[in-house]
Design a protein around this ligand. Structure first.
Ligand SMILES: NC(=O)c1ccc[n+]([C@@H]2O[C@H](COP(=O)([O-])OP(=O)(O)OC[C@H]3O[C@@H](n4cnc5c(N)ncnc54)[C@H](O)[C@@H]3O)[C@@H](O)[C@H]2O)c1
Length: 340
């Protein structure tokens, strides 16, 4: 939709500058966007990033305790007339301490013409959807004929990764999962198996999952020090590893010796390295995920290449998906219009 037409349409439902739409976590999840929609929206954000048609400074953050972070994630994507800020936190011990998610947050969207806030929404769902969409799109670009996928971590992200990956890896037959918590794996299988045609198999241990899977991902915890759960010697030529929890889960040697080390944002990775997140040093970056999706950089060139594609999360994806959530909610009279 043309930006001026879109603004007029929004103005009919919301008095821009005087009102904004508030959406709860539940409302955000119920606007009717399905996996295919999220994949296309996320693809457009990644391609815009690959074409350098965006503005997105590296996350700035505050850290009240060790191992926790709050990040301010602003972005502007002209192609979608989407501008906003995600304010997100990550507290790795939230699930055990408070029975709360590790990651919560809010997304603010603004009107690009006047700058006025248009919407405030819970960011949990948008984060939970756009993150596996990035992994699934990277997997499609880097290893489209994979028949096996291994997922470390069976929490919120693990569940969504197993739901999304079947949409892009069309030859997938087996999904191996592993989590330190048995009940998390039980829950993933109970939730996802009825929704997908591939077989979801509980991995015996990280070694077995690593050795059984052509494409692997991890969504466990992000820590300053690496856990190196997956050993370098278990990883073989031709595998594709797409973590969304930085380098924490993987032996740092794996990324260092990979034929290609692709990242969603080189700037973000350097920023995290400067904060101490790559104690063994940031591996040499080959290119960015969006550049591969936009066709500017090569993905897999040889079957035997070992490729690591680390996606730490980009606000361009949040504002593009969030903008569509906002428009759908407005169209369907969802949420609460609040005075500014
Ligand atoms: N890259 C991104 O854009 C992005 C976005 C959202 C979340 N994340 C990251 O993804 C990770 C998971 O997020 P979530 O919301 O799914 O959290 P979650 O708490 O719902 O799930 C994490 C799961 O990992 C498991 N786990 C922890 N340590 C493990 C280990 N050593 N071995 C195996 N399993 C282990 C836990 O038992 C839990 O089931 C976090 O680190 C989060 O910061 C990244």
């Amino acid at each position: 939709m043309d930006a001026a037409v879109e603004r007029e349409w929004i103005q009919e439902k919301l008095d821009i500058g005087k009102e904004m739409l508030y959406l709860t976590r539940d409302e955000v999840a119920k606007t009717g966007l399905v996996e295919e929609d999220i994949l296309e929206l996320t693809r457009s954000a990644l391609v815009a990033h690959g074409k350098k048609e965006y503005e997105m400074p590296a996350k700035i953050g505050v850290h009240p305790y060790e191992e926790v972070f709050y990040h301010a994630m602003p972005a502007y994507v002209p192609a979608k007339n989407a501008v906003g800020l995600k304010w997100i936190e990550c507290y790795p011990s939230n699930p055990s301490r408070y029975n709360l998610p590790q990651t919560t947050g809010l997304l603010v969207l603004n009107d690009t013409e006047s700058g006025c806030p248009l919407a405030l929404m819970d960011a949990t769902w948008v984060t939970a959807m756009r993150t596996p969409a990035v992994t699934a799109l990277a997997a499609e670009a880097l290893h489209p004929d994979a028949e096996s996928f291994g997922m470390f971590g069976s929490g919120l992200q693990g569940i969504e990764h197993c739901r999304f990956i079947v949409h892009t890896l069309k030859k997938l037959r087996k999904v191996y999962i592993y989590d330190i918590k048995e009940e998390a794996m039980d829950n993933l299988i109970k939730t996802v198996q009825p929704q997908v045609d591939v077989e979801i198999i509980r991995g015996k241990n990280p070694e077995a999952v690593t050795k059984s899977s052509q494409v692997l991902s991890s969504a466990t915890v992000i820590l300053l020090d690496t856990l190196a759960v997956v050993k370098d010697k278990w990883v073989s030529a031709g595998q594709t590893i797409i973590p969304c929890d930085l380098n924490t889960f993987w032996d740092p040697l794996i990324s260092k010796r990979a034929d290609k080390y692709i990242v969603d944002s080189a700037e973000e990775h350097r920023h995290f390295a400067a904060m101490g997140y790559f104690p063994d040093g940031l591996p040499e970056i080959t290119c960015e995920t969006g550049e591969v999706l936009a066709g500017f950089s090569k993905g897999r060139e040889k079957a035997e290449e070992l490729i690591v594609c680390s996606n730490i999360g980009m606000a361009v994806c949040d504002v593009v998906v969030g903008k569509e959530v906002f428009k759908r909610a407005l169209e369907n009279n969802m949420g609460r219009i609040l005075p500014l």
